[in-house]
Design a protein around this ligand. Structure first.
Ligand code: PGA
Length: 236
């Protein structure tokens, strides 16, 4: 499978103004990309970015959403809010969010279901910390993260982003041999899902990672913040 999907995870690293400038300054190039780009900005930037991106094929992704449909949940953003702000995709269970909110796998399932109900595609993030890798139990750990989702979604289309925690922002990546083994097993476990890799995808690592046949794209943090850096990754 050739790589075709790039999700730019901007985390909380761009203000609304900076997000708009990124798009405004590069609209022409963003209109003629070789691969599909999906931008995940902060929630307050979504509506304005949606307007700006109308003439392009670039899509928008929420970084998180509430496990609840509606109700007295101060500070939360619902899946419906994200649709109405222009999103087609939403990240669920990014490791930074799992850690900050002490998310359980049950909550990740609820969020995934709210995203489906609102008509969007969930991008469920999974990944093991260093100590699990050292213990050699990565596969069991990942399957536990996915087990409830597998039961709940019953074959609905879903993206799964595998992001080893020790690879995020570290410049380190697993070898292709390690990744091929992990994705082959995940593919059997979650049949019908599409897989992305995330964790230090950048100019130095992307060529090798693109050789992985099991994945259809990447989730990119740091290397998505500067337009020219991201553009180079998308052009190759
Ligand atoms: P990174 O982040 O590309 O900076 O490693 C990836 C992510 O956290 O999604």
């Amino acid at each position: 499978m050739s790589i075709r999907l790039f999700i730019a995870n901007w985390k909380m690293q761009k203000t609304v103004q900076e997000s708009l400038q990124f798009v405004n300054n590069n609209l022409e190039k963003l209109s003629k990309l070789k691969h599909k780009l999906i931008i995940a900005p902060t929630a307050p930037a979504l509506t304005a970015l949606h307007q700006l991106l109308k003439e392009t094929d670039v899509a928008l992704c929420g970084q998180n959403c509430s496990e609840f449909k509606t109700g007295p949940y101060t500070g939360q953003v619902s899946a419906q809010d994200l649709v109405e702000s222009g999103c087609n995709y939403v990240l669920v269970g990014h490791s930074e969010e799992r850690a900050a909110s002490k998310l359980t796998n049950e909550q990740v399932v609820e969020k995934t279901l709210r995203i489906f109900e609102a008509g969007m595609i969930p991008v469920v993030c999974i990944g093991e910390p260093q100590e699990i890798r050292d213990a050699g139990t990565t596969q069991e750990y990942l399957e536990e993260q996915l087990y409830l989702i597998k039961r709940a979604i019953q074959g609905a289309p879903l993206y799964i982003a595998y992001e080893p925690l020790w690879a995020i922002g570290s410049g380190k990546t697993p070898t292709n041999q390690e990744l091929a083994k992990i994705f082959d097993t995940l593919k059997l476990f979650m049949q019908g899902c599409a897989f992305l890799y995330g964790g230090s995808v950048n100019q130095d690592t992307v060529q090798e990672l693109k050789k992985l046949e099991q994945i259809c794209g990447f989730l990119i943090g740091n290397a998505s913040l500067e337009f020219e850096t991201l553009y180079r990754l998308l052009q190759e």
